[in-house]
Design a protein around this ligand. Structure first.
Ligand SMILES: N[C@@H](CCC(=O)N[C@@H](CS)C(=O)NCC(=O)O)C(=O)O
Length: 213
């Protein structure tokens, strides 16, 4: 049995794994580590970070590695090496944009320095927000023939982009409103398509992430 370990809040890094396994009805356990216990537990994990996946008592780390494993298990990767190149770029894009916004989140959450956080967020919005979502839209235009999915077959790439866009459009990120997507109409339409895609939005995990249950 696969066990996924993450913190006691929803985040794309673990949610894409859960959605993937659930899509193929692969059973898994989900352990949530309370944020306040983290510094006691951090050293128990191979890279001192979450998510972690445990199989047969062995721990594995890093989102892209775990996503690839769960997607292969769930037939949400691809056998075509060029399609795999597209899927991998999407996973790396998700890591990149997360790394770009992370300092502004860290300043608020860990350092409790709201002024620093706002200034870093302004920098992110000025330098990265449209640029990095623009890169993603361009990749979609280059990759998707029919304009429905990134590789024209529903995959972990679509789950990942939906989850990251859901985060950025949630209104929970200070100073970022979902209207930033208005400048990227193709990506906006794609996001709506995936949000309404019933093999995804009927999953219990999707409902819990979007507070539908
Ligand atoms: N390289 C890791 C990065 C994971 C990561 O940054 N995890 C964060 C939470 S989203 C974490 O564990 N932070 C706690 C810490 O670094 O002490 C991956 O790809 O999964």
């Amino acid at each position: 049995m696969i066990k996924l370990i993450y913190f006691d809040f929803n985040f794309w890094r673990v949610d894409i794994l859960r959605l993937c396994l659930s899509h193929s009805k692969t059973p898994y356990k989900y352990e949530r580590v309370p944020r306040k216990e983290w510094f006691k537990k951090k050293s128990q994990f191979p890279f001192g970070q979450l998510p972690v996946m445990v199989i047969n008592g062995k721990q594995f780390s890093h989102t892209h590695t775990l996503a690839r494993f769960c997607a292969i298990k769930s037939s949400l990767y691809d056998n075509n090496e060029f399609k795999v190149l597209i899927i991998d770029q999407v996973l790396d894009w998700a890591n990149e944009i997360t790394n770009h916004i992370a300092p502004s989140i860290r300043a608020a959450m860990r350092e409790k320095n709201l002024e620093k956080s706002r200034s870093l967020r302004k920098e992110f919005i000025k330098n990265d927000l449209s640029v990095w979502f623009g890169y993603l839209e361009d990749l979609f235009k280059r990759s998707s023939k029919k304009g429905q999915f990134f590789t024209d077959k529903f995959s972990i790439a679509d789950i990942t982009v939906w989850r990251v866009l859901y985060w950025f459009c949630s209104g929970k990120l200070d100073m970022i409103s979902s209207s930033f997507l208005d400048d990227l109409p193709i990506l906006k339409k794609y996001y709506k398509t995936i949000h309404n895609y019933s093999p995804l939005n009927q999953l219990e995990e999707f409902k819990s992430i979007t507070n539908l249950n």
